[in-house]
Design a binder for this molecule. Structure first.
Ligand code: SF4
Length: 317
């Protein structure tokens, strides 16, 4: 059974995509199917998010792993609103002009993190091209608030690209999350159709800058597979990430949210994901996650613990 996600239909989520021709949604292969959420902790997590007025990417992106993750209290909070200034062809987050930042959000997020009692939390956001700094200072405020309210919790941020927002990398590096994640999402050839508002080399440069400014911060990036990329192109992206000294690569199957989104070119079988995982390890990544259901934040806590242990072991050797 597939997961049912409640979506607010009162406003058009993707007005910019309304004129696009429909791409028929393909039936998912057996290895993609997930169970409906029934666990009591899933409902507790949901209630906690509602009580604190928090937005999660788990719901906004209609993530297939929500039943599993929320049953373990793993929710990825999405800050700076539920409306994005970009219109990526793969993404289910609503596009539009967002409202002003909420100054109470860092405290509300930190309180929820403390209540969840997690070892590790992932915080992401919409793109905020409307803000002078792209929301970098708000990310820093959220990190600081979590450090205060839940000092034992390690923090992973998954940020926008801060394109044309000078100082973004510096602000995030100074805020020193445990993990800085920014997804390349796809290979450079597909950027104009899949990520039209972004620039491949800006995303790569951001990862490189954060690592150079804060070498102890783990860096992480991810790719969606099944959008039409070639094997050699994936290898090239891995090489680019290693040159930027990125520690952790994630790869998962792209799933088409609606008929107005980019079509799935192919469902990549699990064995092929295993081959990409082997290739990534051979190229020197400290940590690799590559399965059809892998998402940036999927198993982020246990992967972080493993990555930290691997680095400590390498430094001790
Ligand atoms: S994989 Fe990430 S986005 Fe998906 S449900 Fe889990 S925490 Fe949320």
């Amino acid at each position: 059974m597939s997961v049912h996600i409640e979506i607010d239909h009162r406003k058009a989520r993707h007005p910019e995509k309304a004129h696009r021709p429909d791409n028929q949604i393909q039936r998912k292969p057996a290895w993609i199917r997930v169970k409906a959420p029934t666990h009591p902790i899933y409902h507790e997590t949901r209630a906690l998010m509602r009580a604190n007025g928090l937005v999660t990417v788990c719901e906004e992106a209609a993530c297939p792993n929500i039943g599993e993750c929320w049953s373990q209290r793993h929710a990825t909070m999405m800050i700076m609103g539920d409306t994005c200034t970009r219109a990526c062809a793969f993404c289910n987050v609503a596009t539009g002009l967002p409202g002003p930042l909420d100054a109470t959000e860092p405290t509300r997020v930190a309180d929820a993190v403390a209540q969840l009692g997690l070892h590790h939390i992932v915080i992401t956001s919409v793109d905020r091209d409307d803000l002078a700094d792209g929301g970098a200072a708000h990310f820093a405020a959220v990190i600081a608030a979590i450090r205060g309210a839940a000092p034992a919790t390690t923090i992973e941020v998954l940020t926008p690209d801060f394109l044309r927002k000078p100082g973004g990398a510096e602000t995030l590096a100074t805020a020193a999350p445990d993990v800085f994640n920014h997804n390349l999402e796809t290979v450079p050839r597909l950027y104009p159709s899949v990520r039209p508002g972004a620039r491949y080399y800006q995303s790569l440069r951001l990862l490189d800058q954060v690592k150079r400014l804060a070498p102890l911060v783990f860096t992480k990036s991810g790719l969606m597979l099944g959008l039409g990329e070639e094997r050699a192109e994936i290898g090239q992206v891995m090489d680019d990430l290693r040159i930027a000294d990125v520690d952790f690569i994630t790869m998962g199957q792209y799933l088409q949210p609606t008929a107005k989104h980019a079509a799935v070119a192919r469902f990549v079988p699990p064995e092929e994901f295993s081959e990409y995982a082997s290739l990534a390890r051979a190229k020197g990544f400290l940590q690799v996650a590559a399965t059809p259901l892998t998402r940036s934040s999927y198993h982020a806590d246990s992967d972080f613990a493993e990555m930290r242990a691997t680095r400590a072991a390498r430094l001790a050797a």
